[in-house]
Design a protein around this ligand. Structure first.
Ligand code: NAD
Length: 345
């Protein structure tokens, strides 16, 4: 059954007296590992399953993030964890089958090729599992593929929230809120600064960013060896400067009825050799008020907050919000610009 959000009862909060939500994380690279650490102190969510491309680990009592990160670092897969790990080729399918009691997953997977996340969604639909999925997808064309699956997700009893990272995600949602002051939105300008000490901690993120550079594509970036990525970063002194990126913030704000997608721009600077941000991440929303004044709201993230904090926090906030929808029988697809995330305690 699908319902519109307006049919929701006033409070859609997940009841905190309930048992912790059983959560899975697919992809155990930079974001997946950060996600495990973010969840560790939470009472309302418990990480029970995590998968990488060579295997997965499942423990209904909860996975120990330090142990998982240690074994993944040493063996290259969670499948090497004694007793709870399993090495396998089709690790996502195997993890879904082994962990039927999971309430929701954060898909911290690379979207390489650009159709990969949509293929994972198809696996969930085919598996018969019902629950909540959140992604931190970036490209507009990738999100369009997820949106095409809206009816199939609804029929499968899955509540899917897309674009729930930082950008798209936190900044897109902030833009949706900032837009409320205006009668007409002229421009939404997202500028991000990312500082990471070592590109290898976030290989997919960096490859996907390279894919936005002139002369590159998703396919060419995917085909680059690690040595080729390192050589490119040597030539740029570790800096990736990106502008007019194909980012789904545009589609999400258009779907939310805020402005046409051509009024949304996304760009930024990634420093792959310095954990300090090269610039402050911000979103500027310019519009005209009902009195005819033109103004700009700016929402700036604290420089001390990492990319991982600004992606994983919102992802789980949306997972909690998605659970509230799912429990009310509201399935299908939503974007981070149309649902308010809920704070996970
Ligand atoms: P990563 O390269 O560090 O890790 C990827 C993980 O996925 C690895 O554990 C790998 O083993 C696993 N994996 C790869 N193929 C798999 C498969 N077929 N089955 C199971 N596991 C598989 O990636 P990352 O840098 O953490 O980035 C993850 C995603 O998050 C990227 O798509 C990136 O674009 C996105 N991201 C989004 C935002 C945002 O704000 N929206 C910000 C940063 C990153």
């Amino acid at each position: 059954m699908t319902q519109s959000l307006s049919q929701l009862p006033q409070s859609a909060a997940v009841d905190p007296r309930d048992r912790p939500l059983r959560v899975g994380v697919l992809g155990f690279g930079g974001l997946g590992q950060a996600a495990a650490r973010v969840l560790a102190p939470k009472r309302e969510m418990r990480l029970v399953v995590a998968a990488d491309h060579l295997g997965f680990a499942y423990d209904g009592a909860g996975l120990d993030p330090d142990r998982c990160i240690e074994v993944y670092g040493a063996a290259g897969t969670l499948g090497a964890l004694p007793e709870i790990g399993e090495r396998c080729d089709r690790s996502i399918e195997a993890a879904i089958a082994a962990a039927q009691d999971v309430d929701g997953y954060f898909l911290a997977l690379p979207n390489l090729p650009n159709t990969f996340m949509a293929s994972v969604v198809d696996q969930f639909i085919a598996s018969g599992w019902r629950g909540v999925l959140v992604d931190a997808l970036k490209r507009t064309s990738a999100m369009e593929q997820i949106i095409e699956r809206r009816d199939r997700l609804a029929a499968a009893g899955i509540t899917y929230l897309t674009g729930c990272g930082a950008t798209p995600g936190l900044l897109t949602a902030a833009a949706a809120i900032a837009a409320q002051s205006y009668a007409e939105i002229h421009q939404v300008k997202i500028t991000f600064g990312v500082g990471i000490a070592n590109w290898e901690a976030y290989r997919a993120t960096i490859r996907e960013d390279i894919a936005h550079m002139p002369g590159h594509s998703v396919e060419s970036a995917r085909a680059m060896t690690d040595e080729e990525v390192a050589a490119l970063l040597d030539r740029t002194n570790g800096i990736l400067a990106l502008e007019n990126m194909e980012h789904a913030d545009d589609l999400m704000l258009e779907l939310a009825g805020i402005c046409d997608r051509d009024r949304v721009t996304v760009g930024g600077v990634v420093d792959t050799r310095n954990a300090k941000k090269p610039l402050s991440t911000n979103v500027q929303v310019t519009g005209r008020t009902f009195e005819g004044k033109i103004s700009t709201h700016t929402f700036t993230l604290g420089d001390e907050t990492s990319m991982a904090a600004n992606v994983c926090g919102p992802a789980f906030g949306y997972l909690k919000a998605g659970t509230a929808l799912h429990r009310r029988g509201i399935y299908g697809l939503f974007t981070a610009a149309e649902v308010m995330p809920q704070f996970v305690r």
